[in-house]
Each structure stands twice: as structure tokens, then as C-alpha cells.
Design a protein around this ligand. Structure first.
Ligand SMILES: NC(=O)c1ccc[n+]([C@@H]2O[C@H](COP(=O)([O-])OP(=O)(O)OC[C@H]3O[C@@H](n4cnc5c(N)ncnc54)[C@H](OP(=O)(O)O)[C@@H]3O)[C@@H](O)[C@H]2O)c1
Length: 272
């Protein structure tokens, strides 16, 4: 029997990230509609999950935990202690994946039992469109099959790196929170276009496509971004004039500060 025929994924918490992952995995074909369900105390979250994925969502976490062989803990870090206490009796024999920012494997294992098979993952929402960037770190009891399964699921919706756990907060700060940083940049570039006379709809597509194209150039040519930047900045030209304005505005420092601030916040969330 194929892996996807036996895989029963249960999302505990059916909010934005659970919905995005479920949609991405269903679209990839690795998870079947009949092999996915969710639980959430919030009726509106359950309704959205079902409307977006076609999969059932119920209020009872234990019902979903009992019926699944892969549990995805997809609640906010602040809600995690209560969830762990509730599902603890139901995790035996199941692979448990946590996507919560800041919550460590040690905290998960202390709450669920030291023999629990755990993998900590930090995905991002572009998994909805097959373009996520994730990092993951397996716990001591995760088997080679568990790790291969999670690696396949994450790579089916983007790219994923296996990393030492201490780096997952930095992944949270860079790629977990990063889409919001880039949305802000796209919005600002579009504002610049509108200020210079472009219609808003044209400006936003030009800005987003420019970010997409530049990202593809970095990923597909494997050329250092600084080299690619130099290649488009001719002496005395338009691009170097724009780059000078960006440097005067401290954009590099601001982006580095953003990743640092988000990383520090992830660490704080794990400590609270
Ligand atoms: N959004 C992202 O881009 C992103 C990226 C990477 C990782 N993450 C991680 O993913 C996790 C979920 O984030 P999100 O943005 O999807 O949050 P979200 O939209 O708020 O979804 C979380 C859902 O879980 C529910 N919930 C709370 N306590 C629960 C419990 N005990 N049992 C079952 N469900 C419960 C919440 O209901 P209430 O509202 O009633 O509490 C809410 O509907 C977070 O830990 C975050 O760090 C998010």
C-alpha cells in the first residue's frame, strides 16, 4: 500500500498555518482528502479549514489525535502547554510534528514523554503556492522513516533544510516571518511606482514580479546576490542612483534588524 494511502494527518489547531500546510500537502498528492482532519476550539477556524481544504474539522483534539498517525501541533506557542497536557495520553505510536515558534524539543518531550517521536518544524505560509522555505530538526526518537516523511512533505511544498535545533529560532526570524517583510517591501515598491505615476494595479504586479524574478535569479543561477546587483548597476546609471537612496535609508541594517528582532521574539515565546 502506498504511503499516502496509510498516512492520516491530524492538525491540532486549524488556523492559518494548518490550513496552508494542509492545502499544500493535498495539492502535492502526498496527503489524500480522506487522510487529513483538524481540531480547533474556534468554530470559525474549523469552518475556514473545511471550506479551504475539503477536510473535516472538529472541536475535540483527542478525537483527531486518536485517528491520526501524524500529528501536527499548529497552535500559537502560548496555547501549547494546555494542548500538550490534553493530548499526552493519545500520542503513543504517533509521529508528532510541532510548528510552533520557539517551543523546543526538550519542552515537547517533557510534556509528552521522553519516548515520543518528535520533529520540530518551522515552515512558512508560501507552502500554499508550493514555494515555502522551511527548517526542521528531529528529536532523538524520530526514526529515519519519520525524518524522510517530514522531509518529503516539506519539500513537496517548497524547500526544506534539516538543521541543528538551536538554529530554528533564526529560521523563524528569517523565513517564518520573512514573507511579511517581503510583502511590506512589495507594497513600498508599488507605492514608489504610484508616486511616479503608475496605476496601482500595474505597480503592484510589477513590484511582485520583480521580487519573484530577482529571487529566481539568485536560486537558479546560484550567483551571489551582490554580483547580480553589480551586473545591473551601470556606472552613472539609474540603478546605482536608486541603490544609493536605499543605502542612505539604511535598508540593509533595517532588514538585518528585522530578522534579529523576530528571532529574539521566537526565543522569548519559547521561554514564556
Ligand atoms: N502564520 C505563519 O506564518 C507561521 C509560520 C510558521 C510557523 N507558524 C506557527 O504556527 C502556529 C500556528 O500559527 P497560525 O498563524 O496558524 O495561528 P492561528 O491562525 O491563530 O491558528 C491557531 C489556531 O489554534 C487554535 N487553538 C488554540 N488553542 C488550541 C487547543 N488547545 N487545541 C486546538 N486548537 C487550539 C486557535 O484558536 P484560538 O484563536 O481560539 O486560540 C487558532 O484557531 C504558531 O505556533 C506559529 O508560531 C506560523
Amino acid at each position: 500500500m502506498s504511503e499516502s494511502a496509510t498516512l492520516q494527518v491530524g492538525f491540532l489547531g486549524s488556523g492559518r498555518m494548518a490550513t496552508a500546510l494542509a492545502k499544500g500537502w493535498l495539492r502535492s498528492g502526498l496527503v489524500r482528502t480522506g487522510g487529513c482532519q483538524a481540531s480547533d476550539p474556534l468554530a470559525s477556524a474549523r469552518q475556514t479549514f473545511t471550506a479551504e481544504t475539503g477536510c473535516p474539522a472538529v472541536a475535540d483534539n483527542c478525537q483527531v489525535a486518536a485517528a491520526s498517525n501524524l500529528l501536527v501541533l499548529a497552535v500559537k506557542p502560548q496555547s501549547m502547554p494546555a494542548l500538550l497536557e490534553e493530548i499526552c495520553p493519545h500520542v503513543t505510536g504517533r509521529l508528532v510534528v510541532s510548528i510552533a515558534a520557539g517551543i523546543t524539543l526538550r519542552q515537547l518531550s517533557a510534556a509528552l514523554g521522553s519516548d515520543c517521536r518528535l520533529i520540530r518544524v518551522m515552515p512558512n505560509t508560501p507552502c500554499l503556492v508550493g514555494a515555502s522555505a522551511s527548517g526542521y530538526s528531529p528529536g532523538a526518537n524520530a526514526t529515519a522513516e519519520d525524518i524522510a516523511l517530514v522531509d518529503r512533505l516539506l519539500n513537496a511544498v517548497g524547500v526544506a533544510f534539516r538543521l541543528p535545533e538551536h538554529l530554528l529560532d533564526a529560521v523563524t526570524g528569517l523565513s517564518g516571518s520573512g514573507p511579511a517583510f517581503v510583502y511590506l517591501m512589495i507594497e513600498a515598491l508599488s507605492d514608489g511606482g504610484v508616486r511616479m505615476g503608475l496605476p496601482r494595479d500595474v505597480a503592484t504586479v510589477l513590484a511582485a514580479q520583480t521580487v519573484l524574478g530577482a529571487a529566481k535569479m539568485v536560486l537558479e543561477t546560484r550567483t551571489h546576490p551582490g554580483v547580480l546587483k553589480d551586473m545591473v548597476a551601470s556606472p552613472g546609471g539609474t540603478t546605482i542612483a536608486g541603490l544609493h537612496a536605499l543605502e542612505r535609508g539604511g535598508v540593509r541594517g533595517a532588514l538585518m534588524d528585522a530578522v534579529e528582532a523576530a528571532t529574539r521574539r521566537a526565543v522569548e515565546l519559547g521561554e514564556s
